[in-house]
Design a binder for this molecule. Structure first.
Ligand SMILES: [Mn+2]
Length: 332
């Protein structure tokens, strides 16, 4: 068995009480990975509490035991003392773990399971594999190495984690190995892949589609046709109230325009609080652009937050991206 995997099983051997958590604003990989590792630990006879303070997005509630992920977690001090290990999945920074501050600030040893290249290894034990398409892929490798039978529930959770993080096997993080894992999950555990795709993509609320219409209307293209951006402001959000996660995919439409390399969605989360989502084709690593503003993520998908009036943030960012392209030109 590979060393980090062996260390994982050594680490958990004599521990009984586990807390499993993912990052804030959870996506399919975060929720699927939480459920997979949570369920695997239960199968090993461990006590498991799964927590995500942001709750489980609607589209992932079809996953078995997703209702066991607590959004409201207020342990008593006695419960606190019982906890022995915190397992963090898909979370690049300790500060982004979706847990009450009281627990996060405590001294629980952390097992950090992730695939973000920016993860600095904040755990006592770190299983970070940047070559994995999803944290679900890391967990698949881990559980396989440990000879743990997945069963249907874990298989569906892992498939969902991997499928959503790869844009259903379209993004560049998808390797032949990713496809092989997906095939195994479908073959050995009868994962209904059409059902997963339908649950994730075709259960949208009427409001979210109407809101998408407004966002699409706002799209502009500039910087030689290489950059497209869209606006989602408070006025639109008031008109079509939606769950936060329902707007996650909007930024992809701007990227799909011919010739566009970078797309940005400016979401006016609250007045003067702007959340930026970045997407790119293979030409640009947007995690570096987002990092300039204290954000992060992956080469093809990243995010950051800026304070200030929407118009000001938009013009600042566009000026920055324009500079970035000018520097690229001089380098060539
Ligand atoms: Mn992920």
């Amino acid at each position: 068995m590979d060393l980090p995997f062996r260390e994982f099983f050594e680490f958990i051997k004599n521990k009984r009480n586990f807390l499993v958590c993912c990052h804030i604003h959870p996506d399919g990989d975060a929720i699927g990975s939480t459920l997979a590792i949570g369920s695997a630990l239960s199968r090993m006879g461990k006590q498991v509490t799964m927590v995500c303070t942001d709750g489980v997005p609607n589209v992932y509630r079809f996953l078995e035991n997703s209702s066991m992920i607590l959004s409201d977690y207020n342990p008593s001090d006695i419960d606190d003392e019982r906890l022995e290990v915190l397992i963090s999945v898909d979370c690049a920074e300790k500060e982004r773990i979706a847990l009450p501050a009281k627990i996060l600030g405590g001294n629980l040893p952390i097992i950090n399971i992730d695939h973000h290249i920016t993860n600095i290894g904040f755990g006592q034990l770190n299983l970070i594999m940047p070559d994995a398409a999803a944290t679900g892929e890391v967990i698949y490798r881990l559980l396989s190495a440990g000879g743990i039978d997945l069963g249907h529930e874990i298989a569906v959770a892992l498939y969902t984690a991997i499928a959503t993080d790869t844009g259903f096997f379209r993004y560049t993080n998808t390797s032949w190995y990713t496809m092989e894992i997906a095939a195994e999950l479908v073959k050995n555990y009868q994962v209904d892949l059409a059902k997963v795709a339908e649950q994730v993509h075709e259960q949208k609320s009427y409001n979210s589609i109407r809101l998408l219409g407004e966002v699409l209307n706002s799209i502009q293209v500039g910087i030689g046709g290489k950059v497209a951006w869209a606006i989602l402001d408070q006025r639109m959000l008031m008109k079509y109230p939606v769950e936060n996660e329902e707007t996650e995919s909007y930024v992809n439409y701007a990227r799909s325009i011919e010739g566009v390399e970078v797309s940005i969605l400016f979401k006016e989360f609250r007045p003067d609080e702007i959340k930026l989502s970045w997407r790119s084709t293979t030409a640009v690593d947007v995690s570096k652009l987002a990092a300039n503003y204290g954000g992060g993520g992956h080469a093809r998908a990243a995010g950051c937050n800026l304070n200030g009036p929407l118009e000001k943030v938009v013009s600042e960012i566009l000026a920055y991206v324009s500079d970035f392209y000018q520097q690229c030109d001089t380098e060539y």
